[in-house]
Design a protein around this ligand. Structure first.
Ligand code: SF4
Length: 84
């Protein structure tokens, strides 16, 4: 699989990982290998960005939190239907 289309604008890689300095290298490498350069379709951040736009992804959303991404998308869907 190719690189995530949101890699250059994803704030997680630049902001969130800088908060965990002691484990930055190993965590950064694991996320990039597991998600950004491989299975980005399994990334919670990608899921939200792909449907709502990259600017709508909460900075604290970890790539592994599919449950939170699902909740965000469900809430967005419910709000959208409310206004239709
Ligand atoms: S963390 Fe997720 S959304 Fe961000 S660049 Fe990696 S795969 Fe893409």
């Amino acid at each position: 699989m190719s690189m995530c289309p949101y890699f250059n604008e994803c704030r997680f890689m630049a902001e969130k990982l800088s908060e965990v300095n002691f484990a930055k290298n190993s965590l950064n490498m694991w996320i990039e290998t597991s998600f950004c350069h491989g299975g980005y379709d399994k990334c919670a951040r990608y899921m939200v960005a792909d449907i709502m736009g990259a600017e709508k992804v909460p900075s604290e959303l970890y790539p592994t939190r599919i449950d939170k991404a699902t909740a965000i998308l469900q809430t967005n869907s419910e709000l959208a239907s409310f206004f239709l």
